[in-house]
Write a protein that binds this ligand. Structure first.
Ligand code: AMP
Length: 193
């Protein structure tokens, strides 16, 4: 499996988040998964890659050229794809992935996550999307998404687009048991009267 991981560039978030990122890298590597991520050396991105590389995992980084010009890329990756801009990076991260995993992060992580959710709603992406709720990080987002459904900005079926897990050990089981996203997702993408 090729797993696309979105996560923070921040180095200064709590240790608990770095430990989760390292554990995710190790867990996916030990399961024989290829990790595709933003290619950064710092923050949770760095911890994720280091965890996977230490376990002999295959890690693909996809990074815009401007970031390599300031040397933000991880120096230890066997595969680093340099693309022209952030849009191309997002497209290459998601395309061909068998699942998306979002660790905690800032606006960049949420932007990437919400693109994946939006494409899934529109029937343009069909694979599991797992949010890692380390330290309860994603609980407010879950509440907010519930509000979107309650106030009819999304349909109840859209709840099945993502799975929240509390531990890294639960990530692969959640990917394997995610509800199959229907081929006709576009037929219920729109909220009707
Ligand atoms: P955030 O969650 O706001 O920290 O953003 C994470 C995303 O921001 C990454 O996937 C990248 O798109 C981008 N990013 C920000 N800083 C860096 C960096 N130093 N190296 C690589 N990517 C970065």
């Amino acid at each position: 499996m090729r797993i696309c991981v979105y996560c923070a560039s921040s180095e200064h978030c709590d240790r608990i988040y770095h430990d989760a990122a390292t554990a995710l890298g190790r867990t996916l590597a030990e399961a024989g998964c290829t990790i595709v991520y933003g290619g950064g050396a710092v923050g949770l991105m760095g911890s994720l890659a280091n965890g996977a590389l230490a376990a002999g995992g295959e890690v693909v980084g996809i990074i815009p050229r401007f970031m390599t010009e300031v040397e933000w890329q991880h120096p230890g990756l066997a595969t680093l794809e340099v693309v022209e801009d952030m849009r191309e990076r997002k497209h290459r991260l998601l395309t061909g992935s068998d699942a998306v995993v979002a660790l905690p992060g800032g606006c960049g992580t949420l932007e990437e996550l919400f693109e994946a959710l939006t494409l899934k709603r529109l029937g343009l992406y069909f694979n599991p999307i797992v949010l890692v709720n380390t330290n309860g990080f994603y609980a407010p987002l879950e509440t907010f998404m519930e509000q979107m459904i309650e106030q009819r900005f999304m349909n109840p079926q859209h709840r099945e687009m993502w799975t929240l897990v509390d531990t890294i050990d639960a990530v692969l089981p959640a990917i394997r048991s995610a509800p199959r996203w229907r081929e006709d997702a576009r037929s219920y993408a729109v909220v009707r009267p």
